[in-house]
Ligand binder design. Structure first.
Ligand SMILES: Nc1ncnc2c1ncn2[C@@H]1O[C@H](COP(=O)(O)OP(=O)(O)OP(=O)(O)O)[C@@H](O)[C@H]1O
Ligand SMILES: [Mg+2]
Length: 257
């Protein structure tokens, strides 16, 4: 044990002995290694490797045909790569047998698409409850959770409305609530605001940021909107099947969660 006078006499030593690094809780949520996908002789995703930290919001931008959607489908295990691996929350997804892989996807990955694919005959709350029913939750319990989730995305007043009775922005919020209901490890969104006007698009992006700040969700999102991409933590620019460039707007260490 060093005597107090040692610290007084040797301030450098004090720094070394007394320094307590701040504990960080960041860890890698997704790792992709050398993903390759070809359609006949066209290489659409060309040996892409990337990592995403927990609670990070990453956007993928790039010209039409660059391979963005194909890459996202591989990352979300909606499609199988010709080679390469995807590990989500420590699980090597393509090493799982197909039934387990489907179960893993339903539980750990939330998807939001440009066209939200809501069920037209179902109310907002029923649409949001669907993934819970698939996962085996009881009807009452699932509806209760769906109501809470719709409140979270600001739709507490539209619970019983069908998709046709809601605006495009509201429908997209329902789709986001549905993507989040199973508390997924990661949310993947393919142009989630592509068919919304700029005010609604901005509101959806702000919602993603709020959800991350409140619950620590991780997002990978494709967008054509540069201004909205610039609201995310990191922008990956894709061209001809490769991540050509990357722009870090907020270092992972600075993501408060
Ligand atoms: N199932 C398929 N069969 C054959 N070619 C395909 C298939 N899916 C995608 N492609 C081709 O792969 C390339 C990349 O498609 P992808 O949908 O990933 O592009 P993208 O970057 O998402 O474009 P956009 O911005 O227009 O959505 C395109 O040339 C496309 O025609
Ligand atoms: Mg696409």
């Amino acid at each position: 044990m060093l005597h107090l006078s040692t610290y007084v006499q040797f301030p450098v030593l004090y720094f070394k002995v007394g320094y307590q690094p701040k504990l960080r809780h960041f860890y890698t949520m997704l790792v992709a290694t050398q993903l390759l996908k070809k359609y006949s002789n066209l290489t659409v995703v060309n040996e892409v490797s990337l990592h995403v930290a927990k609670s990070e919001i990453v956007s993928i931008v790039g010209p039409s045909g660059a391979g963005k959607s194909t890459l996202l489908h591989l990352l979300g295990a909606l499609d199988k790569p010709d080679s390469g691996t995807v590990t989500i929350d420590g699980v090597n997804v393509f090493a799982l047998p197909s039934k387990k892989q489907a179960r893993f996807r339903n539980k750990h990955i939330g998807f939001v698409f440009q066209f939200h694919h809501l069920l037209p005959e179902f109310s907002a709350v029923e649409n949001v409850a669907v993934p819970l029913w698939i996962a085996g939750a009881g009807k009452k319990e699932a509806l209760q959770q769906a109501v809470e989730m719709l409140h979270t995305v600001g739709l507490g007043g539209r619970l019983e409305n069908k998709p046709s009775e809601m605006s495009g922005g509201e429908q997209q919020r329902v789709a986001i609530a549905r993507a989040l209901i199973n508390k997924p490890s990661i949310v993947m969104a393919d142009e989630p605001t592509g068919n919304l006007d700029s005010a609604n698009a901005q509101a959806i992006h702000e919602l993603f940021l709020q959800l991350r700040d409140r619950f620590g969700h991780t997002f990978i999102m494709i967008t054509h909107n540069e201004a909205l991409a610039n609201m995310t933590d990191r922008v990956m620019m894709m061209r001809d099947g490769r991540i050509e460039q990357e722009k870090v707007l907020k270092a992972v260490d600075n993501i408060k969660y």
